[in-house]
Design a protein around this ligand. Structure first.
Ligand code: FE2
Ligand code: ZN
Length: 371
């Protein structure tokens, strides 16, 4: 039997509910009124909220409160408001409102290997798509195999990942050795782990690196779990971690046609204090101004982060063959490649997507009953 509310007490601005388990939950009156699900308070056609909070006084209290048996072991709270409106909640509804679902992230180091998924099954089978997205949300990385090798074919990923997030330069970026190229990836040099477009206030947060052809020696792919690494740095040197969260750093990428510049700290946290964004891009990082009061501390922290990102213990190295797509969480996972050792053909295309759309595709698969 689901846990139900066994008693209610009226306080000055909230009901106090006691569950059969003995747990207590405070239900503020304004919250109870605001979330009323009745047909007057909702747009019936769309189930959007129609009630506006300003329509009741800020010190709203109920006229009458009752706890009724609602069948199948559930109890219902009923509230009569001073204006005659009536709101009801089942215990099970209240339980569903207790907290937001939280995804446990799985952090990794150099011993990890990204999971591989079949490209066609990912696109055609909802269960396979859900499996990949769950893995991607947990680890921030996975590889699609047996994908096409035609240019621009990563457009097809939009059916699962949502629309392409366009940025400056190209809709789909071509990475091959090019003497006129605008960044280091267009040379044969090693590209140290970094994330792309740190020079945007909101960098793209899903990146598909689609290898069309790889006949080159060297050029192995490298990935690093930026979040895992920062959590370790935080545990070992909390002061260094704090300074990376606080000091604004300019990032810039440019060409003869484009300019892209943003100033942000290297590490971003969510309101719960969890690491949610890393900006690590040596090629795009510009000079931190000398007027920065914590410049010395910042450099000690940045040095330590740079050492850790580039240590073999953090790096996962593998070869991405033609017809394989590396998917990376762009705010979390740093990617790079070893130096190209021959001039065999190598052509990679990059497309960006939005993490919200990927996450919500999984939510939609669940809500629509497809999985
Ligand atoms: Fe890159
Ligand atoms: Zn209502």
């Amino acid at each position: 039997m689901p846990d139900a509310i066994s008693s209610l007490t009226r306080n000055a601005d909230a009901l106090s509910a006691v569950w059969r388990s003995g747990e207590r939950t405070s239900l503020p009156y304004l919250w109870l009124r605001d979330n009323c699900g009745c047909s007057e308070c909702r747009v019936v056609q769309t189930s959007e909220k129609r009630f506006h909070l300003f329509r009741v006084p800020g010190n709203l209290t109920p006229q009458q409160v009752g706890l009724e048996h609602a069948g199948s072991g559930d109890e219902a709270i009923s509230i009569d408001w001073p204006d005659g409106h009536r709101t009801r909640y089942r215990s099970s509804e209240i339980r569903g409102f207790l907290s937001l679902p939280r995804l446990e992230l799985h952090y990794w180091d150099g011993r990890f290997q990204p999971r591989r998924f079949d490209y066609r099954r990912f696109l055609e089978n909802d269960h396979s798509a859900a499996e990949l997205i769950e893995e991607f949300l947990r680890t921030g990385v996975c590889v699609l195999v047996d994908a096409p090798t035609e240019p621009e074919s990563c457009e097809a990923l939009a059916a699962r990942l949502g629309p392409i997030r366009e940025v400056l330069f190209e809709r789909i970026h071509n990475v091959k050795v090019d003497p006129r190229g605008y960044n280091i990836a267009h040379t044969g040099l090693a590209v140290a782990p970094h994330n792309d477009f740190t020079s945007y206030s909101w960098p793209p947060n899903v990146q598909a690196l689609h290898m069309l052809v790889n006949e080159c020696e060297g050029g192995e792919s490298v990935v690093v779990d930026g979040f895992g690494l920062l959590n370790e740095l935080r545990a070992d040197h909390p002061d260094m971690f704090d300074v990376l969260c606080a000091v604004p750093v300019p990032f810039r990428i440019f060409s003869e046609e484009h300019e892209c510049y943003a100033v942000k700290p290297m590490v971003g946290l969510d309101i719960g204090g969890e690491v949610r964004m890393v900006r690590f891009n040596t090629a795009q990082m510009q000079a931190v101004p000398l007027s920065e009061p914590r410049l010395g501390d910042f450099y000690a922290a940045y040095h330590e982060l740079s050492r850790r990102v580039n240590s073999p213990g953090a790096q996962v190295t593998f070869r991405l063959e033609g017809g394989q797509i590396l998917l990376c969480d762009g705010h979390r996972v740093l990617h790079g490649r070893t130096a190209l050792r021959s001039d065999g053909r190598r052509h990679l295309q990059d497309a960006y997507f939005e993490h919200d759309n990927v996450r919500n595709h999984l939510r939609w698969l669940r809500l629509s009953g497809r999985i």
